[in-house]
Design a protein around this ligand. Sequence first.
Ligand code: COA
Length: 235
Amino acid sequence: MELNINDVHIYRINISEHTGSLPQLKKFLSGDEIKKADRFKFTKDSHSYTISRSFLRNILSQYINLNPAEIKFSYTETGKPFIEYSKIHFNLSHSGDRCIIAVSMTAETGVDIEKVRDSEDLIKVAGRYFSETEIIYLKKFQGKEVTDNFFRIWTLKEAFIKAIGEGLSFPLKDFSVTERTGNIPVLSFNNTSVYSEKHWSLHLLESESGYVSSLAINSDNVNIIYKKIPALIIE
Ligand SMILES: CC(C)(COP(=O)(O)OP(=O)(O)OC[C@H]1O[C@@H](n2cnc3c(N)ncnc32)[C@H](O)[C@@H]1OP(=O)(O)O)[C@@H](O)C(=O)NCCC(=O)NCCS
């Protein structure tokens, strides 16, 4: 699969469409992945993990010269998966019945998808995770617009911390995603850090009913291409 330097390929998987193929999909997984799939408390989480991982392997095998089951994942200290010595980078997110996978040539690429849940408490939740700037921004909205903007902010923030791979060790209140250049979200930092020196771009991805998804990448020249998931070679 051709992947140019500025391209980000986005794949979206509808989990429940593939539960019928679970026994075959499991064959793509490594021993460790099968053990992890078996440890989930809830069956739906185990299915989501197994289906996402099998598709991740099948998608990546289009870019590297390996069969899906032969791909060996390495992990950063904070758990971000990558393939050693490969030019191909990726990130994955799942929520509800969906999984999203981004493939790029940039290591610092992060995606997040969230199933939209309506709640009276969103402003309260924002108070725990969002920056002051983001909370003030969110409070301007009423009703459904609060929910929509809450999930936009959430997924943009999460995509950024997934891009840098730090997870929750990076202080969520120290950066904001609510500034705009035209219609495009821009990342801003409260303090100078190793990350604030870099060029980031944030993107709200094409929406699907009931879900919000975002991409963050350490590059300001990005060509987002939505790709069809590959047909699986199931024996
Ligand atoms: C892994 C983490 C980075 C994201 O978890 P999450 O939102 O529950 O889950 P997602 O589905 O979006 O992402 C999980 C996937 O990201 C990848 N991943 C794991 N650790 C990662 C890390 N440190 N950085 C980037 N990606 C990571 C994996 O592929 C994982 O999928 P897998 O479990 O099927 O292998 C988690 O550690 C985290 O920080 N959660 C923050 C939750 C939160 O409170 N966010 C507030 C946002 S405002």
